[in-house]
Structure formats: structure tokens, C-alpha cells
Design a binder for this molecule. Structure first.
Ligand code: 3HC
Length: 551
């Protein structure tokens, strides 16, 4: 028999609870919203009215509709007010004893056939259910922050759950305009297991001091194309929540990649929980605000070069030449072995974007000809023509480096990585090594900035920042698929609908190429020997078979 869910109770009116109230009330359901004290219930009412008022002021909602939505919600401070609910969803802090207490009380209040749902982001639903009188009516309904905006609802089933209940909750989620993904009970479910380990890695990267806060965020937002940089997202979610999920993931898996970074633990102890306390990785104008008030972390910015050579052919080289010319700089483009290399003499910055692509197959991308034929001789000619004091910027791991290897040992080399544009911008990463003169790094940084690219300056490590964040994240998605927990489509839906990704991990791998991702991971793994960086066997299989994950 199809369930008729008309009245919904929500317990716990923090950020998530209040957002869930808004979602249900907007979908036309009656809501009883309960928190522990009259003050907390009032705070919940404030969250709801502020969110709806904002929508009215932006012209997204009629004032009359706002009033109807608010009119569907009753705020209360007693669980007994939930006696008439068809479904109660709890969104209280992530502590098993609190959840168990609430569920035990609700067991004695709600009707026998009413459903008990939990918005837990990480705790075991099986354990929550097992502590109740009727475990078969307990289910997970995991929303994503901000709940009114993000479409994902993870529906978590346990060994007690029957198909009728999971089907009813799936239909309810669809009625709310959400995208449900039904999965079994595993630490972190789909989205948090992937997202929180990605965020933990970002925090660990920040902790090293190898990259600034803003550059790290730009790597996620502009480099990968995600809606927010990782540290900004940590502040939105709440560092206490991230730590709780890390703890649960680590306890379940003992995977060092999921362990809470020391800095995260310290920030939680210090009460720097993110936007909700007004301070996390960033400082905000007040608690609950998203307006950052502190200045960007300082980075040394030098003067842009006014004379630059770009050696190499292809789209990257052509784009770079165009960008640099638009700054008014004098640009020497050398894209063909027949060109006279003496034009490089006296040019203070030489960018190497790969060889002129002539057709012989050396295994490099784009039919590169590098040292495998006569072009190799041209490469050493270039190296000889470059001034000893010129800053040389290899921009790929292939031909650029082959030229760089021909240089005199004291020629300053500053590797850079030019990324393809995402929907939010285009990144150039500039690597700084132990031997690199900082002024050479800042000249390259300034020159690429002047050319309209957003730069990231980071220590010279495999994957620099963008790939070092993205590739392990993609690898974890492949491992999850290989473990049989969720399909590639469900994983992609979880990350697009739950975290606003423009495309899911498998769509990303298919676009980049499984071979490229596996090779990038292998380089990172070679440098650190970190287990999470070893390319997943299924990724290697796809790379070898040149078979996409989707379609
Ligand atoms: N409540 C209601 N609506 C909100 C909102 C909120 N808290 N925050 C933003 N919005 C609405 C805005 O009103 C706007 O609506 P409109 O398009 O109709 O005008 C829309 O969302 C876009 O907002 P903005 O223009 O202000 O800003 P952005 O375009 O940058 O979007 C964002 C903001 C939706 C937060 C987007 O950056 C995003 O999707 N970020 C990723 C968030 C994410 O990953 N969440 C998942 C966290 S993990 C989780 O929650 C699980 C938990 O268990 C840990």
C-alpha cells in the first residue's frame, strides 16, 4: 500500500534541520518543527523566515507564497507535539547517544506505522535502528547543505528495511523535487565518503604551507571547476561536522586518507568551526555570514616580464602567445624547426610549451617529435640559444622538460602547468623548488597573471595542487565503484546533485582519460608511497582497455 505522508516532523533546527523544514514546507507538506528549548525553536523559525525573506527580496518568491509556506510550519519545543506525524526526521548533532535518546522517546509518541528517518551524515543507521522498538521503520534521509538548494537525498537502508519503505522514501524525495540515491549503510555513504576525504586532503595540503589559502581554493574552484574552493566549503559545512565524519570514516576503514588532519582537530578545539562561529579558515563579518572580512594571505608578486618567448606549437602555445601579446609585451613565437633560434637571445623569460609536433610517435601527447628525430637537435639548439640568465618555464612534463634538460645547470627553471579553462576560470600553476630563485617565481607568476590567468604558486610536487587534489578524489570514486557499494551513475549523481559538481567523478575521468589519471596518480604515489595514491586496479583496467566508465 502506498504511504500517504502528509505531516512531517523535524527534530533539531540547526542549519540542516531548518533547511529540511523549508524543503518540506515548500513542497506543500505540513511540518512540525521541534527543538529542545523555546529559544532554539525560535532560532529555527528565524532561519526559515530569513531564508524565505531573502528569496522574496531577490524576486524569487512571492510574499504571499512565503506566508503560505510559513503557515504550514508549527514550531515547538516538545517531542510530544510529533504524535500526529506520518514521518519524523531528526537532524540533531552527530552523537549516537543523543540520536538513540530521541528515537527511543519518539518510539513512544508516534503512531506504529509512522516512519523514523535520520539525516545523519555518517553514523550507522543500522545501529540507530537496532536501538529502536521497530527497527524496520527506521531509514536514512540524508540532505545536503544548503538543503533548499542541493538536490541530492541519500536514502540509506539497513538490513531491517523492506523495499516498501525505501520505495516510499524515494517517492517522497522525488515529491520534494530532489534526486534520491538509495544505498546501504556504510560509513560516509556515497557523497561524504568521497567529499570529506577530499576536504581532509585539502586541509593537509594547506597545513604543509606549500600553498596559500586563496590559491588552494582557486585550485578547487577554478582549476577543477567545483562550485567552491575546499577551504571555503569546509567553512560552509562546519569544521566540527567534517571532523565527525573523518572520525567515523577513519574508525570504519583505518584509511589514513580519512583521518582528521591535526589542523582540523585544533581548529575544532579552538572553536573555529567556520561560518557558523564567524571564523574558520576565513574570518566572516559575523556568525552565520558568508562575507569574508580578512585580507588574502600575502604572496610575493613581482613585475611581469615585458619580453617573452614562447617555444612550441599547438593550441596551448597559440593561446599563450595571444594572451601575452594582449598585455603589450614583446612576444617571440618559435613554433617551427625552420625558425631561427637566435631570436631567443636576450629574451628574459622563455616558455616551453612542448615540441613542434611533426608526426613521429615518441609516446608523448599530440604527435610530439622531441628527441626521437631531427627535432631533438632543434631542441638542443634552442637550449644553446637561450640566455644563461633567462628564466625558463617548461609548461608540460614532456617536451618542455626535454629542452630544459639541455640547459646549463645554473639557468633558472620555473616549471608551470597551464590548465584548460573550466566554467569558472583558468588556472596556471607555478612550481617553486628548493633551488628556485623566489624572484624568478614571482616574475613568472606576475607574467602569467598579466596574461589573464589565475595563478597558483606551490611547492614543486607531483600533481602540484590541482591534480594532487583531484586525482586521489577520482581514484576514491573508482575504489568505491569497484567495492560494489554504488554504481558509477549513482556516484556521479551524488556528487553533482549533492555537492554541486558540474560533472561527476566518472564523467571527469572519461573526459581527462583514465590513462592520464592513472599516470598522474602513479607519479604522486612514486613520490610519497601513500596508499591512497596508488591507482585503483579498476582505473588501470579502464586505462589499458581505453574504455570509458560511462556510456
Ligand atoms: N539557503 C537557501 N538558498 C540558498 C542558500 C541557503 N543557505 N545559499 C544559497 N542559496 C541559493 C541562493 O539564494 C541562490 O538562489 P537563486 O539562484 O534562486 O538566486 C542560489 O542558491 C545560488 O546562491 P549564490 O548565488 O548566493 O551562490 P552560489 O552560486 O555560489 O551557490 C551554493 C552557493 C549553492 C552553496 C554553491 O556554491 C554550492 O553548491 N556549493 C557546494 C556546496 C556543497 O558541496 N554542499 C554539500 C556539503 S556536504 C553536506 O552537506 C553533507 C553533510 O552531511 C556534511
Amino acid at each position: 500500500m502506498a504511504r500517504d505522508i502528509k505531516i512531517v516532523g523535524v527534530v533539531g533546527l540547526g542549519t540542516m534541520g531548518a533547511g529540511i523544514v523549508e524543503v518540506f514546507a515548500k513542497a506543500g507538506l505540513q511540518v512540525v518543527a521541534v527543538d529542545g528549548t523555546p529559544e532554539l525553536a525560535d532560532r529555527g523559525r528565524g532561519f526559515l523566515t530569513r531564508s524565505l525573506d531573502r528569496a522574496v527580496s531577490r524576486g524569487k518568491l512571492e510574499a504571499a507564497t512565503r506566508d503560505e509556506i510559513v503557515g504550514r510550519v508549527t514550531f515547538a519545543d516538545q517531542l510530544t507535539r510529533l504524535s500526529g506525524a506520518d514521518l519524523v526526521i531528526e537532524a540533531v548533532p552527530e552523537r549516537m547517544e543523543i540520536k538513540n535518546d530521541i528515537f527511543a522517546t519518539l518510539d513512544g509518541i508516534i503512531a506504529e506505522d509512522a516512519i523514523l528517518a535520520s539525516n545523519t551524515s555518517s553514523l550507522s543507521l543500522t545501529e540507530i535502528a537496532a536501538h529502536t522498538r521497530h527497527p524496520s521503520r527506521v531509514i536514512g534521509m540524508h540532505f545536503f547543505n544548503p538543503a533548499p538548494v542541493l538536490a541530492l537525498v541519500e536514502v540509506i537502508t539497513t538490513l531491517f528495511t523492506d523495499d516498501e519503505l525505501s520505495g516510499a522514501i524515494r517517492s517522497l524525495a522525488e515529491r520534494l523535487g530532489k534526486q534520491p540515491v538509495v544505498v546501504s549503510d556504510r560509513a560516509g555513504f556515497v557523497a561524504n565518503a568521497l567529499l570529506i576525504t577530499y576536504l581532509a586532503r585539502a586541509i593537509r595540503t594547506y597545513e604543509t604551507g606549500h600553498v596559500s589559502r586563496e590559491d588552494l581554493d582557486n585550485a578547487g574552484k577554478l582549476g577543477i571547476g567545483l562550485p567552491m574552493g575546499p577551504l571555503t566549503l569546509c567553512d560552509l559545512i562546519g569544521l566540527d561536522v567534517i571532523k565527525e565524519v573523518c572520525d567515523v570514516l577513519y574508525n570504519a576503514t583505518h584509511d589514513p586518507a580519512a583521518a582528521p588532519p591535526a589542523l582540523l582537530t585544533q581548529m575544532v578545539i579552538a572553536g573555529r568551526l567556520g561560518r557558523k562561529t564567524g571564523r574558520g579558515f576565513y574570518t566572516y563579518e559575523k556568525s552565520g555570514s558568508g562575507v569574508v572580512t580578512d585580507a588574502p594571505e600575502p604572496v610575493a608578486i613581482g613585475a611581469a616580464a615585458t619580453s617573452i618567448a614562447v617555444v612550441g606549437a599547438g593550441e596551448v602555445a597559440a593561446d599563450l602567445v595571444k594572451r601575452l601579446e594582449s598585455t603589450g609585451a614583446s612576444v617571440t613565437a618559435l613554433d617551427d624547426p625552420t625558425r631561427d633560434t637566435s631570436t631567443l637571445a636576450g629574451v628574459p623569460v622563455v616558455m616551453l610549451t612542448g615540441g613542434p609536433h611533426g608526426g613521429a610517435d615518441c609516446g608523448h601527447e599530440g604527435d610530439c617529435t622531441c628527441e626521437e628525430d631531427a627535432t631533438g637537435a632543434w631542441f638542443s639548439e634552442i637550449a644553446t640559444a637561450i640566455d644563461r640568465t633567462a628564466i625558463v618555464v617548461p609548461t608540460d612534463d614532456q617536451c618542455g622538460w626535454i629542452i630544459a634538460e639541455h640547459l646549463e645547470s645554473d639557468t633558472p627553471v620555473v616549471p608551470a602547468r597551464l590548465h584548460v579553462a573550466t566554467r569558472t576560470g583558468q588556472i596556471a600553476e607555478v612550481a617553486s623548488g628548493l633551488d628556485t630563485d623566489p624572484s624568478a617565481v614571482s616574475t613568472v607568476d606576475a607574467t602569467l597573471r598579466a596574461a589573464g590567468l589565475t595563478t597558483i604558486v606551490a611547492r614543486d610536487r607531483a600533481g602540484l595542487v590541482v591534480d594532487a587534489l583531484l586525482y586521489p578524489h577520482l581514484n576514491a570514486a573508482v575504489q568505491m565503484l569497484d567495492s560494489g557499494y554504488a554504481s558509477a551513475t549513482d556516484i556521479d549523481t551524488a556528487m553533482t546533485a549533492g555537492c554541486g559538481y558540474p560533472k561527476g567523478p566518472f564523467a571527469m575521468i572519461d573526459e581527462i582519460g583514465a590513462d592520464e589519471v592513472a599516470a598522474g596518480l602513479a607519479r604522486m604515489h612514486g613520490e610519497t608511497n601513500e596508499q591512497a595514491l596508488a591507482p585503483a586496479p579498476l582505473l588501470i583496467e579502464h586505462a589499458v582497455a581505453a574504455k570509458p566508465f560511462l556510456g
